[in-house]
Ligand binder design. Sequence first.
Ligand SMILES: Nc1ncnc2c1ncn2[C@@H]1O[C@H](COP(=O)(O)OP(=O)(O)OP(=O)(O)O)[C@@H](O)[C@H]1O
Ligand SMILES: [Mg+2]
Length: 231
Amino acid sequence: MSDNEILRMKGIIKDYVLGSGTSRVLKGIDLTVDRGEFLAILGPSGSGKSTLMNIIGCLDVPTEGEYYLSGKKIADQDEASLAQIRNKEVGFIFQQFQLLQRQTAFENVELPLIYANMPEKQRRERVREMLEKVQLGDKMEYFPNQLSGGQQQRVAIARALAANPTILLADEPTGALDQKTGAQIIELFHQLNEEGRTIIMITHDRHIAEHASRIVRILDGELSEGDLTDA
Ligand SMILES: Nc1ncnc2c1ncn2[C@@H]1O[C@H](COP(=O)(O)OP(=O)(O)OP(=O)(O)O)[C@@H](O)[C@H]1O
Ligand SMILES: [Mg+2]
């Protein structure tokens, strides 16, 4: 494993049991991601993107294959260490933002830091810093339903970044946004990547994918590298 490598998958298979049979959704995925990359995983609906994202983010385990994240072999971890790896290594961003509706922007961003046992004073500073980073310093006390879609997604990004994860993992981050607002989110990703953050973005939209510095395509549970000419 090279020094720069933060993620390596080899022969990842995911089967779902359906009634009497099984359905193979990931068919032997090999993928290596280096620190500082901005990777897009591009594929149509049903190709296995979210299934793959859940495995990358340690929300689910593969049926077969090897997965190393930050040098740790994921299959060897028990549920408690898996939860710890998830909290420390991965910041999740979802299409539908997944904010807690009854908590303010501030409280939403604060939550992962409470889980991480960060002391209160430091925590409050960190939340402020993150919300300012996504240009929401003036909306900290707003609830999600008082914010626009793009603003809600920026709160979600601040939350994902709060605990300083190794990877930012985004599943269709612009899928619920209009084009202009989506472009602002992509611009923010660019900025974060330039600051050194590793980003893995999952999308079905090649125009969105083209903003990444590397693209892999997923089709029917199989990955192929780059080149969009016949996408
Ligand atoms: N829990 C499950 N049980 C059985 N089959 C599943 C399960 N989750 C996903 N699948 C199947 O796996 C395939 C891939 O699903 P997945 O959600 O990964 O696709 P996707 O690429 O994220 O699609 P979309 O762009 O629509 O979100 C689909 O055919 C789906 O029916
Ligand atoms: Mg999906």
